[in-house]
Design a protein around this ligand. Structure first.
Ligand code: HEM
Length: 334
């Protein structure tokens, strides 16, 4: 299905008409208590528990870790071919892995996040009913890892690619970051409050997600018979929402393939931008994803200019759309 009306019906899932349609392998890997397999009240409750450690306040304490990691990653970039997709993948895996899975069990920060996540999910709720079992905890840690890693990797890679291809946008974005850097006292580094004041970069991220449409379709299963735009849908059918056609609709986004972050200067029509989805299944990792990208882009544009080593616009035909060639570049100090 396509169109904003279909998006509204399918994503708000009004009157319980749809549930998420997870493919078989996803069900097996993520486990029966994953957020992606829950519906109705159980889904709402789990979302509430998961939302807390991923909220703006919950993420504040991981800012320094993410900031240092971005600086360390970028320290390694000069003098060699950089496959941006691979670097972004390692960066985002380290962030989420260190936060929730404790890849390095001795790390103090990781232990703190695990304790915190467990605390939020197990102890802070009102009653027995609101406590998660260890299976639920395991399934949902894995869910966050799977849902949050490739998506953020792809988004960061596309942002870097689109900025290079659109020099006017890069110049304006760099001005935003140079101004932030210039207003700092000597020697001090990026701060949490600076991250929360990067309006142009936020529009660049949105425009990137619109053009690239990292998740090109959202899948739902009909829980009842219903109709969209005169099209009769039967209970049990799978329905895919084609997000690319919504993001590239010339009636809403004139000249849709043009990279133009100013499209986000004004509020958009409802259900026309679905980079992080909408409704009860809207991405709970939106703050973390934006934080990682803003921090990384800040250090990148304040230190380097970069050029691609080949021209290739082809897209990897996977569930998450990425540049097929991993976007090889070389960087030079500004
Ligand atoms: C730029 C990066 C990201 C993009 C573009 C993105 C996009 C999306 C979209 C479009 C959906 C809704 C899919 C649907 O309605 O069928 C979604 C759901 C979800 N996302 Fe993200 N996401 C990103 C990062 C993250 C991160 C960092 C996490 C976790 C740490 C995460 C966890 C999830 C989860 C668990 C869901 C399912 C929510 C539910 O079913 O209630 N995502 N994401």
């Amino acid at each position: 299905m396509t169109g904003r009306e279909a998006a509204k019906i399918l994503l708000t899932g009004k009157d319980g008409i749809v549930s998420l349609n997870l493919f078989y392998a996803g069900k097996q890997v993520l486990g029966p208590t994953s957020l992606l397999q829950q519906t109705g009240e159980a889904h709402k409750r789990l979302r509430r528990l998961i939302a807390e450690p991923l909220s703006v306040d919950g993420l504040k304490k991981y800012f320094q870790f993410i900031n240092n990691l971005a600086i360390e990653t970028l320290d390694q970039w000069p003098g060699r071919t950089v496959l941006v997709h691979e670097e972004a993948s390692t960066f985002t895996l380290k962030v989420i892995g260190n936060m929730i899975m404790s890849l390095e069990p001795t790390g103090e920060e990781q232990e703190k996040f695990r304790a915190n996540f467990k605390k939020h999910c197990k102890d802070t709720s009102e009653g027995e009913d609101d406590k998660l079992t260890d299976t639920q905890l395991k399934d949902n840690i894995l869910t966050l890892l799977v849902a949050g890693h490739d998506t953020t990797t792809a988004a960061l890679t596309w942002v870097i690619k689109f900025l290079e291809e659109n020099p006017a946008a890069l110049e304006r974005l760099r001005e935003e970051h140079m101004e932030i850097q210039g207003s700092r006292k000597n020697g001090s580094s990026l701060t949490w409050s600076e991250i929360n004041n990067m309006p142009y970069t936020t529009k660049v991220i949105n425009e990137t997600l619109r053009i690239a449409t990292i998740l090109p379709w959202f899948s739902r299963k009909a829980a009842l018979d219903f109709e969209i735009d005169g099209c009769k849908i039967k209970k049990g059918w799978s329905i895919n929402l084609d997000v690319v056609s919504i993001h590239h609709d010339p009636a809403v986004f004139p000249d849709p393939l043009k990279f133009d972050p100013s499209r986000f200067d004004e509020p958009l029509k409802p259900f026309s931008f679905l980079g992080f989805g909408s409704g009860p299944r809207m991405c709970p990792g939106i703050n973390l994803a934006k934080l990682e990208i803003l921090v990384f882009i800040h250090h990148l544009v304040c230190r380097y200019k970069w050029s691609p080593l080949e021209k290739d616009d082809s897209v990897q035909p996977t569930v998450v759309r990425m540049p097929r060639n991993k976007y090889p570049i070389i960087v030079k100090p500004l």
